[in-house]
Ligand binder design. Structure first.
Ligand SMILES: NC(=O)c1ccc[n+]([C@@H]2O[C@H](COP(=O)([O-])OP(=O)(O)OC[C@H]3O[C@@H](n4cnc5c(N)ncnc54)[C@H](O)[C@@H]3O)[C@@H](O)[C@H]2O)c1
Length: 425
């Protein structure tokens, strides 16, 4: 029997991994205690996802163990031992804003929890691939020191810079930078994952994610921006953008594409590796661009406030260079991007849960590389079909009406940016 242990199995990436690996014939042991609900409140609960997995995935076994519980984790690993071929570790406190509220919890979940899993792997399943979902926040705010130009809808790294064409690579320094407490706890885990590869020769790997998205996100204010943005667009909830005039750029990778990276790594693991894993030049957007697409999709203007206060350590421009991974695993390629998001393609975004987050999987191609008119491609989409799932029953009649009315031309009512950030960085 071939077993994968997936931590955070009810979360965005964890649940995608469960489905993907189950599709490959593996038996899955999931570990998730729904701590996301404790971090971010009822809206962020991943209980629905756990239930869905238990109902639909053959050979899925769920444990509500806390990854910080060393005895509990080791008991699970001891039970399956060398049959475990793969550990996909996604459980985390994932928000850098939340981390400052309770640094002890943030650090013990992100750093100590990872150490507990590494040790359990070394003891009971040392030949398994250990896949860690790290983050681009390990680079702290070093990306903000790049020379950036302010364009109409986004910040962009200066054309003369080596990162312009392909984005930020793994050689960016993790030192001399403000990480946020979250970035620091993830960096501690990231270093330890690398060390278990280098020191013990285990098949460990860090994927330093950009912005991850997909149909399984329980988006909330403090985490899962695209998913939350779409929720706000659908329900008419006011949305606040913090800092940088809403022109801050994130690259977005669909959860399927990321998990597919994990799978390729598992076929030919390289101990202690580190890969930047985001949408790269293939798929990225600024907040303003994302808002414009949401408005296009719902046919309704969003109520957006631009606050001049940027979030501590927030990236102004981040685009991942994924060429190292592509060099090591040339058979992998992106499956999702806006370019494919015609009506038929969009339907596939949400094959197993028709949540509004399916729209959050929409990604954007950089205007530097293609015309910045993603909304045109989305014109034919009927949002209602995407919203019919988990969220639809919870919408009040006003929100349902918003989605049911005929599409109208977009009139942006967003308030003017108040940020004083105009200088090049
Ligand atoms: N979502 C992003 O944009 C993003 C970007 C970069 C990196 N990452 C990293 O990728 C990973 C997955 O992110 P995600 O968006 O799927 O997160 P998520 O919050 O959707 O899923 C994480 C799951 O882990 C569970 N969990 C949290 N603490 C736990 C604990 N102590 N014990 C057991 N389970 C626990 C939560 O209940 C949740 O279901 C995280 O490590 C995150 O730091 C995410």
């Amino acid at each position: 029997m071939s077993i994968a242990i997936v931590t955070g199995s009810a979360g965005l990436i964890g649940a995608e991994a469960v489905r993907f690996l189950s599709g490959k014939g593996m038996h899955i042991v999931g570990i998730d205690n729904n701590m996301r609900k404790e971090f971010f409140g009822d809206d962020a609960s991943t209980e629905w996802s756990r239930r869905q997995l238990e109902e639909t995935i053959p050979h899925y076994r769920h444990h509500t163990t806390d990854i910080r519980d060393q005895a509990g984790v080791e008991e699970i690993f001891a039970q399956y031992g060398s049959e475990v071929e793969m550990i996909v570790h996604t459980a985390a406190q994932p928000s850098h804003d939340w981390a400052a509220r309770d640094p002890h919890t943030d650090f013990t979940v992100n750093a100590n929890g990872t150490l507990t899993l590494l040790e359990a792997t070394r003891k009971f399943s040392p030949r398994a691939s250990f896949i860690f979902t790290s983050t681009n926040k390990v680079y702290g705010d070093n990306p903000n020191k790049l020379p950036l130009d302010e364009l109409d809808t986004r910040w962009e790294v200066n054309e003369s810079h080596e990162y312009f064409e392909h984005g930020i690579d793994e050689w960016m320094s993790v030192d001399h930078t403000k990480h946020s407490l979250f970035g620091a706890s993830k960096l501690a885990a990231d270093a330890m994952v690398q060390e278990y590869g280098r020191y013990f020769g285990m098949n460990t790997v860090c994927f330093r994610g950009g912005c991850l998205t997909g149909p399984g996100h329980s988006g909330t204010k403090l985490h899962g921006f695209l998913s939350y943005l779409v929720k706000c667009a659908v329900t008419g909830t006011p949305y606040t953008v913090f800092g940088y005039k809403g022109k801050q750029v994130r690259d977005n990778i669909h959860s399927f594409d990321l998990v597919n990276m994990f799978w390729h790594y598992h076929q030919a693991p390289r101990p202690g590796e580190v890969y930047n894993a985001g949408g790269g030049r293939h798929s990225n957007c600024s907040m303003k661009e994302a808002i414009a697409v949401c408005e296009e999709m719902t046919g309704q203007p969003m109520s957006v406030t631009y606050s001049g206060d940027s979030r501590i350590g927030d990236h102004i421009w981040y685009v991942s260079d994924t060429r190292k991974f592509q060099r090591h695993f040339p058979d992998w390629s992106y499956q999702y991007s806006l370019r494919y998001n015609r009506r038929t393609r969009l339907a596939q975004f949400s094959p197993y849960s028709e949540t509004p987050a399916c729209l959050a999987s929409v990604s954007f191609r950089s205007p530097c590389y293609s015309p910045p008119a993603p909304s045109l491609e989305l014109r034919s989409i009927r949002p209602r079909s995407c919203f019919r799932g988990r969220l639809w029953p919870t919408l009040n009649s006003a929100s349902r009406r918003r989605l049911s009315t005929t599409r109208s031309p977009i009139h942006s009512t967003s308030t003017s940016p108040r940020s004083t950030h105009t200088s090049r960085r």
